[in-house]
Design a protein around this ligand. Structure first.
Ligand SMILES: [Zn+2]
Length: 352
C-alpha cells in the first residue's frame, strides 16, 4: 500500500486541505480497477470505519499477491466539511460558504472528457476543486463505491438501473436489506460517475456491464461500531473477490433476495404539522396500509393536541429521522412500497 496526498489550496490565505489517498497496486492488467471513498458527507463515518478494516485485509492480501486490480481508497474524502463546526456540531452535509450539498453539483462529463475536470482550476473554490479531483480519480476505475449513511436506517444502496441486476452481487455481499433503483439523473457523485460510464462513445448506454457506480447507505449515522465495521469490510471484500479485483477462491455469493425498489415506489412520509414525534414503528418494520406510524404532538396538553401519521400503503420502513421534533413538511420516514407512490417525482435523488 502506498499513500499519496491530494492537496487542495484553501479559499483564504494560509489554508491547504490534504486528503490521504491509499493505493493498492494490482497484479493483473485485466482485473477491474476499484475506487472506494467514504465520508464525502463528512459526518457520515460508517464508511470510514469500514475502509479502515478493509485496508487491513487488503494489506494482508497485498503481501500474498492477492490484489488483482488496482484499488484506490479515500477513507475521509471531505476535510472541508469535517472542519465545519457550528455551535458545537459538525456541519458535514452542506458547504457553509455556498449552502451546497457536498454530494450535489458534481460536473457531468463524458468518460472521454475526464481530463477536463482538472483543466483550468484557477478561480474554482476549494470545494469545487475537491469535487473535480475526487471525480477524476473515480473515473479511472471500473467499480466505484461511495460510502454514505442515512439518519436512522437499515443498510441499503442507491443503484442506477444501468448497473442492475449485475450489482445484486454487491447487495448480497453486504447483506443489504433493500436496494433503491435510481434513474441516475441528478448531480450526486455516484450519478456523475454513472453519467460518464453511460457515455463512453457516441450513444448513451442503457446498460454498462463490468462497471458500477453506487451510493451505499451503511445504516444510520450512529451505527459506527467495531463489529459492524468489520462485518461490512468482510462483505465488501467478498464483493471485490466476486468481481475478480482480489483473489479469494472461498467466496461464494448467494443470490440477493431482498427488495429492489424503483425510486417512484419510495414513500417519503412527511409531517403534516410541526410537532413532537412519537414513533410507533421502527426501521426494518413491515407495515400495512393504514398502520399507525407516528403520533405528532402538535399542541401539548390540549385535548385534541395530537395528530396520527398512518401508512398510505403497505411497505418496508427503510429509514426514519433521528429528530424528535419535526417542522411542517419535514421528512419522517422512507418506506419502500410495492407500487408507485409519487408519479410526480422529479428525477434524481430523494433529498436535497
Ligand atoms: Zn451522505
Amino acid at each position: 500500500m502506498n499513500i499519496s496526498e491530494l492537496i487542495i489550496p484553501g479559499d483564504t490565505p494560509g489554508i491547504e486541505w490534504r486528503i490521504p489517498v491509499l493505493h493498492f497496486v494490482g497484479t493483473s492488467a485485466t482485473a477491474p480497477k476499484v475506487y472506494i471513498q467514504a465520508a464525502l458527507h463528512a459526518n457520515e463515518l460508517p464508511g470510514t470505519a469500514l475502509v479502515h478494516y478493509l485496508c487491513e485485509r487488503l494489506r494482508g492480501a497485498e503481501a500474498e499477491g492477492a490484489i488483482l486490480g488496482d484499488i484506490v481508497v479515500v477513507p475521509q474524502a471531505n476535510p472541508i466539511g469535517a472542519a465545519q463546526s457550528h455551535f458545537g456540531e459538525m456541519q458535514g452535509r452542506f458547504d457553509l460558504a455556498s449552502r451546497t450539498n457536498f454530494n450535489r453539483d458534481f460536473p457531468l462529463v463524458t468518460l472521454a472528457e475526464r481530463d477536463s475536470l482538472l483543466a483550468d482550476l484557477g478561480g474554482q473554490t476549494a470545494v469545487n476543486r475537491l469535487k473535480r479531483s475526487l471525480l477524476h480519480m473515480a473515473l479511472g476505475a471500473d467499480l466505484v463505491l461511495d460510502l454514505h449513511c442515512d439518519d436512522e436506517s437499515v443498510q441499503y444502496a442507491y443503484i442506477d438501473e444501468a448497473f442492475w441486476p449485475e450489482a445484486s452481487d454487491l447487495a448480497s455481499a453486504l447483506a443489504m436489506e433493500a436496494v433503491f433503483l435510481s434513474d441516475g439523473e441528478s448531480t450526486a457523485f455516484e450519478e456523475a460517475v454513472g453519467y460518464a460510464f453511460k457515455r463512453q462513445g457516441e450513444e448513451k448506454l442503457a446498460r454498462v456491464p463490468g462497471r458500477l457506480a453506487v451510493t451505499v447507505e451503511l445504516r444510520g449515522r450512529r451505527d459506527v461500531y467495531p463489529d459492524m465495521a468489520k462485518a461490512d469490510a468482510h462483505g465488501l471484500w467478498r464483493f471485490l473477490a466476486a468481481r475478480g479485483a482480489v483473489r479469494d477462491e472461498t467466496v461464494r455469493l448467494a443470490d440477493y433476495t431482498g427488495p429492489a425498489v424503483p425510486l417512484d415506489n419510495i414513500e417519503m412520509v412527511r409531517a403534516v404539522e410541526p410537532g413532537t414525534v412519537l414513533f410507533h414503528k421502527d426501521i426494518g418494520d413491515t407495515v400495512e396500509a393504514d398502520d399507525l406510524l407516528a403520533t405528532l404532538i402538535t399542541e401539548p396538553g390540549a385535548a385534541d393536541g395530537s395528530v396520527e401519521i398512518r401508512a398510505a400503503r403497505a411497505g418496508f420502513i427503510a429509514t426514519r429521522t433521528s429528530d424528535r421534533f419535526v417542522r411542517s413538511g419535514g421528512d419522517l420516514m422512507k418506506i419502500a412500497c410495492g407500487e408507485p407512490t409519487r408519479l410526480g417525482r422529479k428525477p434524481g435523488t430523494l433529498e436535497d
